[in-house]
Design a protein around this ligand. Structure first.
Ligand SMILES: Nc1ncnc2c1ncn2[C@@H]1O[C@H](COP(=O)(O)OP(=O)(O)OP(=O)(O)O)[C@@H](O)[C@H]1O
Ligand SMILES: [Mg+2]
Length: 334
C-alpha cells in the first residue's frame, strides 16, 4: 500500500455532537486534521430556480419532497439571509424525535464529512452520550442509527462514550487515568477511567442549550441571539449592570453546580470504584468550557465541598472543540 492509499484507509474519529459534527484524521508529523459542520439545517420551499441557484453557488443542500433543505455550515449563513430560524436534528445529545428531518440531515452531514469508506471495513469510532436522566433508550436508538449510516458507507463503526473519548484525547500523559468531561450544547458528558478502562460514566442534562434557552426566557431575547453573544463576548467574571451577562452567569453557574453535584454523587455511590493510589487529573473540554473564567468558577464550586477523589490537577483542554473527535480517533487507532 502506498502512502496516499494508507492515508485514506486509516481509521477515523467522529464526534456526533448536538451542535457540531467533527471528523478527525491523522495527518503528517503526528498532527491531526479536523473538518466540522454545524449540525443544523433550514428548509425553504422548493423551486427549480432556487435549486439551480443553490447548486451554482455550491451551497450544501438536498431536495426533500417539496422542500429545499440547506444543511450544515451553510444553514447559518442562509438563516441570516432569509430571516428563517435554523433547525437542529439533535436535541440533548441524541436524534431529536420531534424533528422529521433529523435522520436525513445527520446522514447527509456525516456523508459529506467522512465520504464512503475507501476500503471495506475501514475503522471509525463515533461519539455517543453516556446514560443520564431519562435518556437511556433514546441513546440505543441514536447509536444504532448513526452506526447504520456509517455501515452503509462501508465502515466498521464502533460507538465510544463521549467522556471516554475525552480521556483518550487528553489524558495520555496520565496513562489514560483520570476524569474526562465534555461540556457541550446538549449535555455534559463525563467518564472516570483507570488505565483507559471506564469505571464511571454519565451525562448531565444542563449544558450550552440550557444556558441559552433559560437566559433567553428571562431577558426576552431569542435563544440563538444569546448563543451568539455568549460565544463572542461572554466571560464568567461575576455580575455587572448588563442583564444578558447576568442571566448567562446565573445559568452557567447552575450548569457547573449540577455537573459537580452529579459527579460527586456518582463517585460516592459507586460500588466499583478502584482503590487509586495516585491522584488523577480532571480535564474539561467542549465548547461550553471555553469562556474566560470557566476554570476558576469550576474550581471554586468544586472546592466548596469535599470531593471523594484526590485530583492532581483540573485543567481546560487546549483545543476544546476537537477533543472528542481526536479521542475517538485515538481509540480507533488502538
Ligand atoms: N467561545 C465560546 N464560549 C462559550 N460557549 C461556547 C463557545 N463556543 C461554543 N460554545 C458553546 O458550546 C456548545 C457547543 O459545544 P460542542 O461543540 O462541544 O457541543 P456538541 O459536541 O455539539 O454537543 P453535545 O456534546 O452536547 O452533543 C454550544 O452551546 C455553544 O454555544
Ligand atoms: Mg460534544
Amino acid at each position: 500500500m502506498n502512502n496516499v492509499e494508507q492515508e485514506y484507509t486509516q481509521p477515523i474519529g467522529l464526534d456526533v455532537g448536538t451542535s457540531r459534527i467533527v471528523v478527525a484524521r491523522a495527518a503528517k508529523d503526528k498532527k491531526y486534521e479536523y473538518h466540522t459542520q454545524l449540525n443544523a439545517f433550514l428548509a425553504l420551499p422548493h423551486s427549480k430556480l432556487a435549486e439551480d441557484l443553490l447548486r451554482q453557488q455550491e451551497v450544501f443542500h438536498e431536495v426533500q419532497g417539496t422542500e429545499l433543505v440547506v444543511v450544515g455550515n451553510d444553514a447559518e449563513k442562509f438563516a441570516e439571509v432569509f430571516h428563517v430560524e435554523m433547525r437542529r436534528p439533535m436535541k440533548n445529545g441524541v436524534l431529536n424525535p420531534q424533528e422529521p428531518h433529523s435522520l436525513a440531515v445527520v446522514r447527509s452531514i456525516i456523508t459529506r464529512l467522512v465520504g464512503k469508506a475507501s476500503a471495506p471495513g475501514q475503522k471509525v469510532f463515533f461519539s455517543v452520550p453516556a446514560p443520564g436522566e431519562s435518556l437511556d433508550s433514546a441513546i440505543t436508538y441514536h447509536s444504532a442509527s448513526i452506526q447504520q449510516i456509517l455501515v452503509e458507507l462501508g465502515y466498521q463503526a464502533t460507538p465510544i462514550e463521549e467522556g471516554l473519548a475525552v480521556v483518550y484525547g487528553e489524558l495520555a500523559g496520565s496513562n489514560y487515568s483520570g476524569i474526562g468531561v465534555s461540556c457541550g450544547s446538549g449535555l455534559c458528558n463525563v467518564a472516570l477511567a483507570v488505565l483507559s478502562v471506564p469505571v464511571i460514566s454519565f451525562s448531565a442534562p444542563k449544558a450550552g442549550d440550557f444556558i441559552d434557552a433559560n437566559s433567553a426566557d428571562v431577558t426576552g431575547d431569542r435563544a440563538n441571539r444569546l448563543r451568539v453573544l455568549k460565544e463572542q463576548a461572554f466571560a464568567l467574571n461575576g455580575f455587572s449592570t448588563d442583564r444578558v451577562q447576568n442571566a448567562l452567569t446565573v445559568y452557567y453557574q447552575e450548569m457547573i453546580t449540577n455537573l459537580i453535584t452529579t459527579l460527586r454523587n456518582q463517585i460516592s455511590s459507586s460500588q466499583k470504584l478502584p482503590k487509586l493510589e495516585q491522584s488523577v487529573p480532571l480535564v474539561l473540554s467542549g465548547g461550553s468550557a471555553m469562556p474566560k473564567g470557566f476554570l476558576e468558577k469550576f474550581n471554586k464550586t468544586l472546592s466548596a465541598n469535599e470531593f471523594p477523589l484526590r485530583l492532581s490537577e483540573v485543567r481546560v483542554s487546549s483545543d476544546p472543540l476537537h477533543s472528542t473527535a481526536r479521542g475517538a480517533l485515538m481509540a480507533a487507532l488502538c
